[in-house]
Design a protein around this ligand. Structure first.
Ligand code: HAM
Length: 406
């Protein structure tokens, strides 16, 4: 669970500002749900047999002996919130962000507390919403300079197709159970579709002859999947991946994941899909649902900051400590005059020379210098730190005017 320091958060803020612009352009509105949820919410949605619920949930009994957990993902919480507000009949385009918790074995790119930024479109049946969400994913990646990635996509069919495929996969694998890696043997009995995700050589070999999803889904689903691929193939590396099932039980229909070679073993920086049955499963009314979530730590690792321009910074230097308290109002007036500039005060810490050194180190473009004499005459010095020796003595009013137009 890494700490995030100011230098890390610069990248986070840059990323978040790009995202919020895109969400606004798509008319997607923010929702905030609690970090704590009932454990049952995730066993009924993500699935009891999934790793996320089975092994990775941070759950505990509260004082009232109710089983509570730290949320491992955001989609189930959003659906719960909409059901609770009795708004399943309405259409919603929502986004959320925040920490998620999974008790996974920590490694590069895999944390027990990590952050997701997710989008959920509710009330939109299969069709144009898939196109819109994939366009949004492409725009997000483009806006932060990520071009070298693969968008894997698959169609899981409806709930019946998924079940028939699952049965057929089990019948195929059971006679070969001893050839499977131990981990995959467990998966076969608890969550057979997850065997398709295996990274074990022997399992991969065996799966070459296994039944394929495409033989179980309808022609309409197949054509829809192919239509999506051909619509986006000129804009990104989009590939059908028959083994893409995703680790959460609630998906039916289109599923997708963006992966990058630059991330190492944990290469997925975003994943999502359609989950039309979840609302009903959680006791709500039927509600078409589709969405995706970005793993913030992973995408920020890939972020390109070329388009980032820092705000103008000005150092506020008070050259004599005993007048320090009398100058706070001048700093305040400057900040009110132009809040777009960062006015860095050193709180009269050290000599004028050392404060100037700090201003240079903090990459201030200008310094405002006030000593006893200037304060007495309602004046200040404005020094351009980019030019050797360039400075002007100004009245406070002129200083504010110049500061406003820096
Ligand atoms: P997910 O694939 O489990 O999907 O998570 C989405 C993303 O969160 C992953 O692609 C990955 O980047 C990041 N992630 C997951 N676990 C970790 C971890 N332990 N450490 C760091 N990053 C991690 C979901 O959670 C679905 N709720 C997505 C969704 C939204 N589907 C429909 N709507």
């Amino acid at each position: 669970m890494p700490d995030l320091f100011p230098e890390d958060l610069k990248r986070w803020h840059y990323f978040e500002s790009k995202l919020t612009n895109i969400f606004n352009a798509f008319s997607v509105e923010e929702i905030r749900t609690p970090l704590l949820e009932s454990t049952e919410l995730f066993s009924r949605s993500v699935g009891n047999s999934s790793d996320i619920v089975n092994k990775e949930l941070y759950s505990f009994l509260d004082r009232n002996k109710e089983s509570i957990c730290l949320r491992p993902e955001g989609s189930a919480s959003v659906i719960r919130a909409i059901i609770q507000k009795k708004q399943e009949h309405e259409k919603h385009k929502l986004w959320y962000q925040g920490p998620m918790f999974r008790y996974e074995r920590p490694q590069k790119g895999r944390f027990r507390q990590f952050h997701q930024i997710g989008v959920e479109y509710l009330g939109f049946q299969e069709g144009v919403s898939e196109y819109e969400l994939i366009s949004m994913v492409l725009q997000i990646n483009q806006s932060i300079g990520i071009s070298d990635y693969t968008l894997k996509i698959n169609h899981l069919g409806d709930a019946n197709a998924k079940e028939s495929f699952c049965k057929s996969l089990v019948s195929f694998l059971e006679p070969h159970v001893n050839e499977l890696h131990e981990k995959d043997q467990t998966r076969l009995s608890s969550n057979p579709l997850r065997v398709l995700d295996s990274k074990e050589e022997s399992t991969i070999e065996l799966l070459k002859n296994a039944p394929k999803f495409e033989d179980f889904i309808s022609m309409d689903s197949k054509l829809f999947l192919e239509g999506l691929v051909s619509a986006f193939k000129d804009q990104c590396n989009i590939q059908i991946d028959q083994s893409l099932v995703r680790g959460l039980d609630y998906y039916t229909g289109i599923v997708f994941e963006a992966v990058s070679n630059e991330l190492g073993a944990q290469d997925a920086f975003l994943g999502g899909g359609r989950y039309d049955n979840l609302s009903k499963q959680l006791g709500g009314k039927d509600m078409h649902s589709i969405g995706f979530a970005i793993g913030a730590e992973r995408i920020i690792e890939l972020l390109n900051m070329d388009g980032f321009s820092e705000k103008i910074k000005v150092g506020f230097i008070v050259s004599e400590q005993h007048i320090n308290q009398k100058t706070y109002k001048i700093a305040n007036d400057l900040r009110l005059a132009n809040s777009g500039i960062i006015l860095e005060t050193f709180l009269s810490d050290g000599s004028m020379k050392s404060q100037l050194r700090k201003a240079n180190k903090r990459r201030c473009s200008h310094a405002i210098i006030i000593g006893e004499e200037e304060l007495k005459n309602n004046q200040a010095i404005l020094k351009d730190l980019s030019k050797e020796g360039g400075q002007e003595l100004l009245s406070l009013q002129d200083l504010i005017n110049q500061y406003t137009s820096l």
